[in-house]
Design a protein around this ligand. Structure first.
Ligand code: BTN
Length: 269
């Protein structure tokens, strides 16, 4: 197994140079996003962090499960209290950019972002991101940005039943990766890009890392029929544009990207 033991003291010491307001650490918890949403309610400051070694009911997008086994993965949630509401949809890609930048530091790989925010290495998913906004009436209380990464090869098991191919950082790089080093680098990169959320460089960086660009994909949309088209770009407002067979370019606001030969759903769903 690859990886640093986590505890509150080691997290505090390794993250002390970053603008992290407070840290909560759990050896085991249900979901760090649930913990963070609760902490947000109780007044957690902008930049607070929840980390867990193991999750028993980790959540993914579209009500999917996310499995985090003890000692094998990264599972953490950041709490933000954005001053402006207009960039809310950019927090999930902010997480994906942070993960990509940190992974690149680990070796000779080019991680990509499967719109809207899964991180792939060589077409296999190694990280998932779940951003959740908390509201009180029409006032935004904050955003919880939850990130899960399969670090060690033991994080991913065949019996988990992924139909979209999943993999681990260790398998992709062919070497052991230290979880703590990876966490520090991801957080550093997230805090860097957060200051540039409203910049053209942010969208450019997202486009540079966009998976399946120029390829035909299928997008499954909740409660609507699928869309098929060629991936064009992410627009400045964070919306994905595709070109349909008839040449029409259309924006896609929500959905799940599937490439021609792969399916993103787990069998039980
Ligand atoms: C997805 O791929 O659909 C998103 C998965 C997000 C998983 C992370 S792990 C840390 C945080 N806590 C959760 O319950 N979910 C996110």
């Amino acid at each position: 197994m690859s990886t640093s033991e986590f505890n509150l003291a080691s997290l505090r010491s390794r993250l002390s140079h970053l603008p992290i307001a407070g840290i909560m650490y759990h050896e085991i918890t249900g979901s760090t996003n649930d913990d963070a949403l609760q902490w947000l309610d109780q007044g957690a400051e902008d930049g607070s962090l929840v980390v867990a070694d193991e999750q028993t009911s980790g959540r993914g997008r579209m009500q999917r499960k996310w499995i985090t086994r003890k000692g094998t993965a990264l599972a953490f949630s950041l709490i933000f209290r954005p001053a402006k509401q207009q960039y809310l949809s950019l927090y999930a890609p902010l997480g994906a950019l942070g993960v990509c930048a940190a992974l690149e530091q680990q070796g000779n790989i080019q991680p990509q972002i499967k719109w809207p925010n899964d991180v792939l290495i060589r077409g296999r998913k190694i990280s998932g991101i779940l951003a959740e906004a908390a509201w009180q009436d029409d006032r935004l209380k904050g955003i919880v940005l939850g990130i899960g990464i399969n670090v060690a090869s033991t994080a991913v098991r065949l019996e988990d039943g992924f139909l979209f191919p999943a993999d681990s950082v260790q398998n992709c790089l062919g070497k052991e990766i230290d979880r703590m080093d990876l966490l520090v680098e991801i957080l550093r990169s997230i805090f860097f890009w957060r200051q540039k959320l409203d910049s053209p460089e942010f969208i450019q960086e997202w486009n540079n890392r966009l998976a399946f660009r120029g390829e035909e994909i299928r997008i499954n949309r909740p409660g609507q029929g699928p869309l098929i088209g060629e991936v064009l770009r992410i627009a400045p407002d964070g919306v994905l544009w595709i070109r349909q067979k008839n040449g029409r370019e259309i924006p896609v606001l929500a959905g799940d990207v599937e490439s021609g030969m792969i399916n993103t759903m787990r069998p039980e769903e």
